[in-house]
Ligand binder design. Structure first.
Ligand code: F58
Length: 823
């Protein structure tokens, strides 16, 4: 690019010019007249018109970036759960009002057009959504950065319920066109796989890799607009295409069918997102995906972002590759390979640079969630990388042996190569050895990482370990999702909070103002009515517009304990049915669940079926007079989150302490004025510290208590026998009362799993949970006091902006001095 290219003038923004831009896109882009245009035509035309306005900024950002040659943060992530794009783009570019007015003049409604958008579901849950919040904040904080990931043709599956059971259908999100992406075939790169390696005479460490198949990685660029700051960063997602040469070779050999098969094989790489929530399955295609996007991204940065002839010994001055979990960690041996085999560097020089380029974020505490690749598979797919990993490990183990002479047990524990149950590469160990920083995602998580999961490493390199507590973007999750609350806040303290969320603290005195509280309740009430409308239209679900909204939304996993929530609901129901609880004493409540289960996770799917069965029974029981409702809208996604979260009164964050790394839903709820009922886990700990004990419903064991109980020998049966309410709830469930008399299947299986093993100690926390719920009931009766607490939640949780997280990454990691590792 010529840095002297004169800037293209930003198109003038008026209602008239916007109308012209929209109609132009409709007529010439979609080839239709306004009166014949479908809803999708209008959506595509509107999106392209908005994109057009942002493009000028985008080019400017790229031009400045090229001119300044500043340090770049590359966020490497296998998932970006973006959510709908149109509204965000309108808001970021200040086009929202203009667009609304312009469309209204044409007799069109912006919200109706927006509703057509199919969100790109390119992520599973928290990790993918965090990546999306982070690129938003990077752009808003004016940080030169690129997101790199995979353009899956099918995102996270679409969930439906058939007889209350989860059924997955493919998420063909590209079907109606994708106005937000721009393919750049001229920047395509080749990625190779398989084959063997051979020696190169006289080279230090270098070997030649002779791969046996290859694919083309085709980049699609997405705009990542900063909020009202004129910066537009890039998210570059890679799509797999078969290479032409490869095709030609086979076509020429006359085997048409084989050529087509090979094409499909290669293009499978970016076909579908693995719908796993925490346990990676070690599937070959997944490793192909990981290497595919990482190899393409590294090459892209070296060839297209750095100027020609850049002195790579200075690479750490120009880039930090932030590894979002272990999924992109194969980037480490890839950079080594590029420097040694392709650039001719010595091993030591390559390692010195590589060690300064990567930092690693861990997102879990569950040992089974740490990725491990069998040596057999890795060696077959990436033989050269396996050799490099072995040598990294050899040199690393020398460091360990030097630091702890004679401690072979420790050596075995720390080795990147596990020997049992099969020879395998521990990606978290590789990431920790190669990264100059390792961070957890909440205070407690980072502490437990250093004390437990990566204890030996933290002992060897304490300076390497740090914390960055997660955050969420206030643009999407407050400003956009909750216009009512946003208006109220802005009226009170101005609009600076949108980019400086700590300003929310200025709301604190207003918690004491009855008029402000009334208006706050009015907003909540309107949000509930909007939720009721959306659920009715989307799923035919009926909920009261004014009941307490009690929400538990997150992936379905045993450690998150949706089954504990279910036990509480069953127990409330059992209380009424048995006459223990007078019906009039129950606050009208709507329980809302949202959760996808990994398709192969049987227990999770059983839990979904049971929640639906319990819900059905309760919703149909006229004797409850509609006081309790349980709804489980299928296919919970970002689009639905934006409607549900602003309507919630109570946020359920009830994982077993020590298991949830952070949680980010917890932050979104608190920022929208829901009170949390939660354990001392993940970022709940920090939420509670900030909002204060009086404004948070704490229950359950602490992490050390849970660990102690586990160590002493946990017997769930004892809890079942000794707590009559718990027993009654479990017995009612087991009696088949919710399943048409069926006592087998999911019912028997959940009953047995809870009373016999209960891996995540739901029964141990039941009593304390139910008691805390009773406190919730009582507190909710006092509307004034509840509103006060809710406002204080908003005022005190500004810390959880992803802008603050990104600032912490800048201070603690991206500008941090790399750690010297003595090897
Ligand atoms: C989540 N992890 C954590 N993993 O569970 C949550 O506590 C945390 O707030 C969040 O990351 C952000 O830090 C998570 O979402 C996945 O979805 C992986 C997807 C790929 C397979 C393995 C799980």
């Amino acid at each position: 690019m010529n840095p002297n290219t004169p800037p293209v003038a930003a198109p003038e923004i008026t209602v008239e010019s916007f109308t012209r831009a929209f109609l132009r896109e409709l007529n010439f882009g979609q080839g239709v007249d306004l009166d014949r245009a479908s809803a999708n035509d209008k959506y595509l035309a509107l999106s392209r018109a908005v994109r057009h306005y942002l493009t000028t900024r985008w080019l400017e950002t790229l031009r400045n970036q090229y001119r300044d040659q500043a340090k770049v943060v590359a966020y490497l992530s296998a998932e970006f759960l973006l959510g709908p794009q149109l509204e965000n783009a309108l808001l970021a570019s200040k086009l929202d009002e203009v667009a609304r007015e312009s469309l209204a003049n044409l007799g069109l409604d912006l919200d109706e057009i927006r509703a057509v958008e199919v969100e790109p579901g390119l992520g599973n849950g928290g990790l993918g959504r965090l990546a999306a919040c982070f690129i938003d904040s990077l752009a808003t904080l004016n940080v030169p950065s690129i997101g790199y990931g995979i353009r899956y043709e099918y995102g996270i599956f679409k969930q439906t319920f058939v007889d209350g059971k989860q059924v997955e259908t493919p998420d063909n999100w590209l079907r109606l066109g994708s106005p937000w992406e721009i393919p750049h075939p001229e920047n395509a790169v080749e990625v190779t796989f398989g084959g063997r390696t051979e020696a190169v005479e006289g080279a230090d460490g270098a070997r030649r890799w002779i791969p046996d198949w290859r694919v083309t990685a085709l980049p699609y660029n997405y705009m990542v607009p900063g909020y009202h700051n004129g910066r537009v960063n890039t998210l570059r997602l890679w799509s797999a295409k078969a290479t032409h040469e490869f095709d030609l070779q086979i076509f020429n050999a006359g085997d048409y069918a084989e050529a087509v098969r090979a094409r499909t094989f290669a293009e499978n790489i970016s076909k579908v997102l693995y719908p796993e929530d925490s346990t990676p399955q070690g599937k070959e295609l997944r490793l192909q995906q990981q290497y595919f996007f990482v190899a393409a991204s590294l090459r892209d940065f070296l060839e297209n972002v750095l100027p020609d002839g850049y002195d790579l010994t200075k690479l750490p001055d120009r880039i930090t590759w932030q590894l979002n979990d272990t999924h992109p960690v194969i980037a480490v041996p890839e950079l080594m390979r590029l420097l040694i085999d392709e650039k001719g560097w010595t091993w030591d020089d390559a390692w010195a640079v590589t060690q300064k380029c990567f930092a690693y974020t861990c997102h879990t505490l569950l040992p089974e969630a740490l990725e491990v690749w069998s040596v057999d598979l890795l060696g077959r797919l990436l033989p050269r990388h396996l050799e490099i990993i072995y040598r990294i490990n050899e040199e690393f183990l020398e460091v360990v042996r030097e630091a702890y002479p004679g401690d072979e047990l420790r050596v075995r524990r720390m080795s990147i190569v596990a020997e049992q149950p099969e020879r395998a590469i521990r990606m978290a160990h590789l990431a920790t050895v190669a990264g100059f920083k390792v961070n957890g995602v909440a205070e407690l998580h980072s502490q437990l990482l250093a004390e437990k999961v990566l204890h030996d490493f933290a002992e060897l390199w304490p300076e390497k370990f740090t914390n960055v507590t997660n955050g969420v973007t206030p643009r999407r999750f407050v400003r956009m999702a909750n216009p009512g609350l946003s208006g109220l806040i802005t009226e009170a303290i101005g609009d600076g909070w949108v980019t400086d969320l700590s300003q929310l603290s200025r709301l604190e005195p207003l918690a004491e103002d009855p008029e402000f509280r009334r208006r706050f309740r009015e907003v909540k009430g309107a949000n509930k009515r909007r939720l009721a409308e959306v659920l009715a239209a989307r799923d035919g679900l009926e909920i009261a517009g004014d009941a307490m909204v009690d929400a538990m939304v997150k992936r379905l996993h045993e450690y998150k304990r949706q089954s504990l929530k279910l036990l509480h609901i069953v127990s409330m129901y059992e209380g009424v049915k048995s006459g223990r609880t007078p019906l009039e004493s129950i606050t009208p409540r709507t329980f809302v669940f949202g959760a996808k289960a990994a398709p192969g996770y049987v227990r999770a799917k059983e839990t979904i079926a049971l929640i639906n069965a319990v819900g059905r029974t309760i919703n149909e029981d006229a004797s409850l007079e509609g006081r309790l409702k349980v709804v489980f809208p299928p296919n919970y996604n970002v689009t639905l989150a934006e409607v549900l979260i602003p309507a919630a009164d109570l946020s359920e964050q009830i994982s077993l302490a020590g298991k949830e790394a952070s949680g980010t839903g917890n932050m979104k709820f608190a920022l929208n004025g829901a009170l949390t009922i939660g354990t001392d886990d993940g970022a709940n700990v920090e939420i509670r510290q900030l909002v204060g004990d009086d404004n948070f419903f704490l229950f359950g064991m602490t992490e050390p208590e849970a660990a102690d109980l586990q160590a002493k020998g946990y017997d769930p049966g004892a809890y079942y026998e000794s707590d009559p309410e718990l027993k009654a709830a479990l017995d009612l469930l087991a009696s088949g009362a919710f399943t048409g008399g069926d006592k087998g299947g999911a019912v028997a299986s959940l009953f047995a799993s809870l009373t016999e093993r209960d891996r995540f100690m739901a029964l141990a926390d039941f009593r304390s949970y139910v008691d805390a719920q009773a406190t919730v009931e009582e507190a909710y009766q006092d509307h004034e006091e509840w509103s006060r607490k809710a406002i204080l939640n908003v005022a005190r949780t500004g810390f959880f902006s992803s802008d603050r997280s990104i600032q912490d990454y800048l201070d603690r990691i991206w500008r941090a001095e790399p750690v010297t590792q003595n090897h």
